[in-house]
Ligand binder design. Sequence first.
Ligand code: PAF
Length: 293
Amino acid sequence: MNIVGSGAIGGLCAAGAQRANLPYRAIVREHSNKLRFVEGLDGTITHLDYAEHDIAKLGEHDVLILPLKAFQIGDALQQWQKRINKATPVILFHNGMGGTELATTWLPDNPVFLATTSHGALKLNADTVKHTGMGSTMLGMAFSHPLAEKLQPVVTALMEACIGPVTWREDMQTALWQKLLINCAINPLTALENVKNGALANPQYRATIQLVCQEVCLTAQACGVQLDEENALEQVLTVVRNTAENYSSMHQDIAHRRPSEIDAINGYVVQQAQKKGIDVPVNTRLFLAIKAL
Ligand code: PAF
């Protein structure tokens, strides 16, 4: 198993693999630091192992996991395309939407999986990640593939060890919209207000979160995906409570003056809503406010 990048979710995956004694290779992207330590929810520290030399090409028994930012996926797929076999399973693991389209463009022949998680994880510094909140991971195919049936149990078991519990989703697009709803509500607000996720439980944010939920549900419905609008607010608040001590990934990106995933999160909703002729004023306001920073 090959885990690319030194982000917080990649760190959780590598630590999970190491604790389960699964062979893995942590691959650092160019100009990035190596992650060294992952602090678990119980405070245990896992020291990550690094392969000393890089691999030339991955085969069909290797799995490639790309837990990267949404805007890094296109470049990563373009680069990895030349270094993998057509049968190598690839797992795209990012916030926001766009993975299916990129996989269709760059890896149309490979079995490509999509993963999304509600675990909270935070990079404390360049070499340390802390697991800050229990969550779960959804896994499904980006598009149908002849190897899907054979690979599903293998890839599910790997991901279960890395970042479980894992639910296999035949309706992965619905799972992605469910996670999009959570990111649309939590990420820009925590970044703009400069607060931890837990602060969003405060009643002062309730109306905004409620409106974000309504707009995302309406847009999803217009795109052919049925979200549970009645429970949408409660789903967001559950993640807020479970990851109360986390700074969201967008909070961290903005705080460290890095590019954020806003285009793939609220930006995606605004774009889809425009196509369908739906007004999404609150998502638009949050999108523009983050863009203006
Ligand atoms: O982007 C994030 O930070 C995470 O997806 C989540 C679940 C909102 C927790 O912080």
